[in-house]
Design a binder for this molecule. Sequence first.
Ligand code: DHB
Ligand code: MG
Length: 236
Amino acid sequence: MLPTIDLVAPSLPSWVDQEKESRLVPDTPAFTHAYTNSTAHGIPQIALSPAQGKFTSLLASISGAKNVLELGTLGGYSALWFAQAIKGRGGKVTSIEINKERRDVAIENLEYAGVKVPEEVEILLGAGLDVLPRLAEEIDQGKRERFDFTFIDADWDNQAAYFDWGVKLSRGKGSVIYVDNVVRQLLEIGAVGAAEKDTTLENLVDTVAKDDRVEAVVMQTLGSKDMDGFLFAGLK
Ligand code: DHB
Ligand code: MG
């Protein structure tokens, strides 16, 4: 059975997010605009929170990442954080988005923030599973560098396929794969927990547990975005 997850009053995690973000992740015009302009264009408010954005950006920064691969651009909020993390390292953020309007809004948001598109952030329009094999070919042909940090924040049914591609396109030992929303995926997909779910798909945690190429952990999170969690994997 699924655990009861409303153990904490919903207002408390949001209050903590507000208090800590106001101190450590203050609003800037670039990041605020990325949120407000996305919402104005009808893009769902499912981007990373400010603290999550800064956290993923710090991970990319401290791991020395030069080239970041992102699955699911949405309005470009996370890409903006990654662009900041890798600035001046000679690489770029390569982000894949299936929805043309979202791609266009992301470009607007990045350019408003002074990020050069496509030099610093390149957004490739298409389905992940169509675009990823093309990236592999370009890497094989020496036209593109391998990735140090892969951020997967797209359709949950394809998380395992994206994870496999992320590993295959990575530079090697020490490269990072970060997958958003894996706790929600665990609760909603696969054989773990309650009955009314699609049990034909294996959840990502089980898939990655069997994957000898990586060491991984899941961290659960609670905040203004309710309960969820991310998977963090390093290539061996
Ligand atoms: C939701 C949250 C996400 O971070 C995401 O990528 C997709 C959906 C949600 O809260 O529904
Ligand atoms: Mg997400």
